[in-house]
Write a protein that binds this ligand. Structure first.
Ligand SMILES: NC(=O)c1ccc[n+]([C@@H]2O[C@H](COP(=O)([O-])OP(=O)(O)OC[C@H]3O[C@@H](n4cnc5c(N)ncnc54)[C@H](OP(=O)(O)O)[C@@H]3O)[C@@H](O)[C@H]2O)c1
Length: 252
């Protein structure tokens, strides 16, 4: 059951974030708000995990003008990715990336998140936003692991438990790497992306970055609702903003 201590449910579903003031975040966020432009100072982005999804997200943001540091356990293997992402991109160890980023995207197999919290939790707690794009997937992570995550509140609640004090937002969990490029900044009505989080400022930054990735954010609730932000749920895949709001209103 979601904990609506921060917002009323209606308030949450009404926030597609277009009306959320970014003024408190200063020029960084105001620059990020300018969809598809490189105006204003740019948040430094780190990715932990630079495979299909982390690579795609970091590449888009690097091309939007953000300094991006990709990381994995084997940063030497990221040279091709860095070259294709362009001059704003670099690669480093996870420790270097966490130190580099104003915002950190966690885009790894979900089984890795607990250890990342043990190794880097203190540094991650100091970031304005930790974007949790990772999912527990039975065929990759094991049925028992996924059942255990779900029994403890699902991804979102568990990410927050493993990254204590971090300003976590879940987003882009069920938008595939190919869909990011194909549907981001698409012609006509912008595709929506469901997001879930507890911290208002982190939600604002996540919303601005979602727009830079070419998707209109729809806040569906707090991190307890993060359990629905994964492949195979009604919110999974690409939907319009109106569809996401309609689906989210049926979930609890
Ligand atoms: N693929 C998609 O379309 C998609 C869409 C939405 C969400 N997701 C989610 O995003 C996450 C990543 O998926 P993916 O498809 O991008 O996987 P992937 O292509 O296998 O990439 C995983 C990345 O994580 C790194 N990694 C693994 N363990 C790590 C650790 N302990 N510390 C640091 N880096 C680590 C890997 O590099 P090293 O092994 O070299 O460390 C690799 O760069 C998953 O949780 C997935 O469910 C994926």
């Amino acid at each position: 059951m979601a904990n609506w201590s921060l917002f009323g449910r209606r308030d949450l579903l009404g926030l597609t974030m277009t009306g959320v003031a970014l003024g408190t975040l200063g020029p960084l966020a105001r620059g990020a708000r300018a969809q598809g432009t490189n105006q204003g100072a740019k948040l430094k982005i780190a990715t932990i995990g630079a495979g299909r999804e982390g690579g795609a997200i970091g590449t888009i943001l690097a091309k939007q003008g953000h300094p991006v540091m990709f990381s994995s356990r084997n940063p030497d293997g990221l040279k091709d990715l860095v070259a294709s992402a362009g001059p704003n991109a670099s690669a480093g160890t996870v420790e270097q990336a966490v130190a580099f980023g104003d915002v950190v995207f966690v885009v790894v197999p979900y089984t890795a998140v607990e250890q990342i919290g043990k190794d880097h939790g203190k540094a991650l707690a100091a970031k304005v936003l930790v974007m949790d794009v990772s999912n527990p997937i039975p065929r990759r992570d094991g049925e028992d692991f996924v059942k255990s995550v779900d029994a403890q509140g699902g991804p979102g609640v568990m990410t927050q438990k493993w990254l204590p004090g971090a300003h976590v937002v879940r987003a882009f969990n069920a938008i595939g790497s190919g869909q990011l490029t194909a549907e981001g900044h698409r012609a006509g009505e912008m595709a929506g992306v469901p997001i879930a989080g507890n911290d208002p400022k982190a939600i604002e930054v996540a919303s601005a970055l979602s727009r830079e990735l070419g998707f209109e954010p729809v806040l569906v609730g707090d991190l307890a609702m993060g359990k629905y932000l994964r492949p195979g749920t009604p919110l999974g895949g690409v939907h319009t903003v109106a569809e996401l709001k309609q689906i989210a209103a049926t979930l609890k």
